[in-house]
Write a protein that binds this ligand. Structure first.
Ligand code: SF4
Length: 561
């Protein structure tokens, strides 16, 4: 019988060993956003969502193994009787995939090995590891075709948490979020973008309508008891019809869920901040890339205004920027770093321009002879040294520039979590005022113009009252960490910012409740321990727990993950 194992690569992650580097962790924020923020950096691991989506949509029995230890992986191979094993990996993890493939060949020679993920685009991959097939493009369709199943069958959305093993100041965060996977790919085709190129610059939707979006949210909300969702779609607002339908559906059911999304600046501008708030977006990732507007998605957008407007309405902004592009020299790179910091986003991703296999950039740089072919794949992750010739920077310089840029952002704007708290409380106040103001002026939401317009018989906006409650809950989430943020503030400016934010919380919500005081003590206690770890080791690396899930789920309604 055909039986499939879909696995990620083995841990430990974020350590320097023969398979990888310390600066390549299995975390998003701590790796490339709140890096250099020490104890203030929130920690979490995101599950390998694609594996669950693929397993959920195959008829053949499948198992997903996420973050396995080496012993978990070998046990699975030894006992699982798998006819096929799919290994998903990114470029810097290729040597881990190689070790896994070697083990499979040795212990289970008849098992077919399928490789997938961005790492599968490495040229001459077969010279590194032995495999049978490469899963290209959108994985569900590819695997269905490969196993002779109906490619056109509707997509079943999996029920999966967004992030796991979440900590702030060393204290575990118990509140969880679900993940929604509306689709893959992006038509914007930025030359460096691995995702856009992996899916051939096309967007494939899994959830085609707003109704399907809400059904997926409702299912996940019910099974995981969550109200907050990560939306894993490279450019969610680029599909405006579905986004509009989605808000309409939520309003009909009075479901004021909240969301973290990725969207390009042009798409956000088209939909408008009022729409985002109505939808419940309290966190957005926007690629701002460079002051020189080298990508179409930021053309004509006043990023300063957009970011401030979003923050004033309670939307945390993570701006993403790229260093060591073609136009950077020692002067312009400083200008770009200053510019990125001056945008005053709550969080700032700093990434090195990286020719990743499969992208147009990789092809261009290869043709121009710019790639350093002797730099090992595990070093090509964008957080240490670049791996191509840049006329203005030596490789060690690139590592220093990047690290210093993170430190500058941290020293200038303080801890990211503090900025998020500020945005959340400001947004709550603004929404309260806006709702009151609209009631007084008789304004109602117009789904056609995506704005509030006068109405002869305005009714109370019950949906936005629920939204206000969700904004309130979001703001209150940060309250127990504020005194700890103050205690470990990196400088006087950050300490002063913290004082102002704490006063604002007191003004809006009154004195701390007994529960909040207790939580504050818990966070402070964990922070003491966490701080000792930082002092001892210079960093704290937590390994995610192994997740194993069988599809179809035969565990009597119990959750896979
Ligand atoms: S807009 Fe973002 S997701 Fe789309 S191609 Fe550009 S970098 Fe990639």
């Amino acid at each position: 019988m055909v039986k499939l194992l879909l696995t990620g690569v083995f841990k430990p992650f974020g350590v320097s060993d023969e398979y990888g580097e310390a600066l390549c962790t299995m975390e998003l924020l701590n790796n490339q956003v709140t890096r250099e923020q020490g104890i203030h950096s929130p920690r979490s691991n995101n599950l390998s969502f694609g594996l669950y989506l693929m397993a959920e949509n195959l008829d053949i029995p499948s198992t997903v193994l996420d973050f396995p230890a080496w012993k978990d992986f070998t046990k699975e191979i030894n006992k699982g009787n798998y006819t096929h094993v799919g290994i998903s990996f990114i470029v810097p993890n290729v040597l881990k995939a190689k070790r896994m493939a070697e083990y499979i060949r040795r212990e289970s020679p008849s098992t077919k090995i399928i490789v997938g993920g961005h790492g599968a685009a490495i040229p001459n991959l077969r010279e590194i590891l032995d495999y049978d097939e490469v899963c290209r493009g959108e994985g569900v369709a590819w695997l269905r075709r490969y196993f002779g199943e109906d490619v056109k069958k509707p997509i079943k959305h999996p029920v999966v948490h967004s992030a796991v093993r979440k900590f702030v100041y060393g204290a575990p965060i118990l509140e969880m979020a679900g993940i929604i996977l509306p689709g893959v790919g992006c038509q914007n085709s930025c030359s460096f973008c691995a995702t856009s190129h992996k899916f051939e610059k096309q967007y494939t939707s899994f959830l085609k309508t707003g109704r399907e979006m809400l059904d997926a949210c409702n299912k996940t909300a019910e099974k995981l008891r969550v109200k907050d969702f990560g939306v894993m779609d490279e450019n969610f607002l680029k599909s405006p019809v579905r986004a509009r339908q989605f808000v309409d559906e939520m309003e009909k059911e009075l479901k004021a869920y909240t969301f973290s999304i990725f969207s390009s600046a042009d798409a956000v501008t088209k939909m408008g901040v009022d729409f985002l708030v109505r939808m419940g977006v309290n966190f957005i990732w926007i690629g701002v890339e460079s002051k020189w507007n080298v990508f179409e998605k930021t053309h004509g957008v006043d990023l300063f205004k957009l970011i401030k407007d979003l923050q004033d309405h309670g939307v945390t902004v993570l701006a993403s920027t790229i260093l060591f592009m073609d136009h950077h020299d020692k002067f312009t790179i400083e200008e770009d770093i200053d510019w990125a910091i001056s945008l005053k986003s709550d969080l700032l991703q700093l990434m090195q321009f990286g020719p990743i296999p499969g992208t147009q950039l990789y092809k261009d740089y290869e043709a121009e002879g710019k790639l350093f072919m002797d730099i090992p794949w595990p070093s090509q992750h964008g957080q240490n040294e670049i791996w191509f010739h840049h006329p203005h920077f030596t490789l060690p310089e690139t590592s220093h520039y990047l690290k210093n840029a993170f430190i500058r952002k941290y020293q200038t704007d303080g801890p990211g979590v503090l900025n998020m708290a500020h945005t959340a409380i400001k947004g709550y106040l603004k929404l309260m005022e806006d709702i009151k103001d609209r009631e007084e002026k008789g304004l109602v939401w117009c789904p056609k113009t995506l704005s509030y317009i006068p109405h002869p018989n305005p009714k109370p906006d019950e949906f936005m009252k629920l939204r206000l409650e969700s904004w309130r809950e979001n703001a209150l989430r940060f309250r127990p960490i504020l005194s700890t943020a103050f205690k470990y503030a990196p400088n006087e400016k950050a300490a002063e910012k913290c004082r102002i934010i704490m006063n604002l919380y007191d003004k809006v919500f009154g004195k701390l409740t007994i529960k909040e005081m207790a939580l504050e003590v818990v966070v402070k206690t964990f922070a003491i321990l966490e701080n000792q770890k930082y002092k001892r080791n210079g960093s704290v690396m937590r390994q995610p727990k192994t997740k194993r899930a069988e599809f179809p789920d035969r565990r009597n309604g119990k959750l896979n993950c």
